[in-house]
Design a protein around this ligand. Structure first.
Ligand SMILES: [Fe+2]
Length: 229
């Protein structure tokens, strides 16, 4: 994906998020240079910030997601069992834009429709090996109430509704009727290791640099801030 397109998606996403009265934290608006010179560990090492992904496939409009990680705890706290064990993201899924089927090993996540259209999730339970179970009935908590669906059933969430996805539950999602602002409240998040996709795809975009970055993406940090390949 071209950097100019990423910049455009950031501008559009910021306006969409603000239209619901949600405002991102100050570091969202730091320039790449400011982030590099200040380099707060609580932002860079916790991998907070912008995350515009086309899953490495170069067709963002059909396969992609806008994410911004607002807060994230630490793996060390998680293994200790106390401390900052949680994370929060704000996301946008567009109409006709798929977030592909995946599951997590560690992360439990509440996926919340914060406004816009309907959020549609396709769900499967895992089999004993962790693979998709194409027969087992799906059982998920939705705002405290257990909802049962056939394997591969579609759960449709209206604004205000949410679902709790425990580790192992397979999910893909998209928007229906209008773009959707999604909240995610979860266990500590590690996007480098904790996403298992059904299809062999990436988690991040590969960027073609055709103009200067408006803001760095989390996936830019290693290279732009820490000088790693
Ligand atoms: Fe997920």
């Amino acid at each position: 994906m071209k950097r100019s397109r990423v910049n455009e998606i950031i501008r559009e996403g910021d306006a969409f998020i603000r239209s619901f009265g949600y405002i991102m934290p100050p570091f969202a608006y730091w320039t790449p240079e400011e982030l590099k010179s200040r380099r707060p560990a609580g932002i860079v090492d916790s991998r907070l910030g912008w995350d515009i992904t086309d899953y490495g496939q170069g067709k963002f409009d059909e396969l992609g997601l806008f994410l911004f990680t607002v807060r994230n705890g630490s793996a060390a706290d998680l293994s200790r069992g106390r401390g900052m064990l949680y994370a929060e993201k704000i996301m946008i899924t567009r109409q006709r834009q798929l977030s592909p089927m995946h599951r997590h090993n560690v992360k439990a996540e509440d996926i919340i429709n914060r406004g816009g259209g309907k959020l549609v999730l396709e769900l499967f339970m895992p089999d004993e090996a962790g693979n998709i179970d194409r027969h087992r009935e799906v059982e998920v908590p939705t705002d405290g109430v257990i909802r049962k669906l056939p394997a591969g059933g579609l759960l449709k969430l209206d604004p205000g509704e949410s679902v709790t996805l425990l580790p192992g539950v397979w999910h893909a999602f998209w928007a229906e009727g209008a773009d959707v602002l999604i909240g995610e409240v979860s266990t500590v998040n590690d996007d480098l290791t904790d996403n298992v996709f059904v299809d062999p795809i990436g988690r991040f975009s590969s960027i073609e640099e055709d103009e200067a970055a408006l803001h760095l993406l989390v996936s830019d940090y290693d290279r732009f801030i820490d000088g790693k390949a």
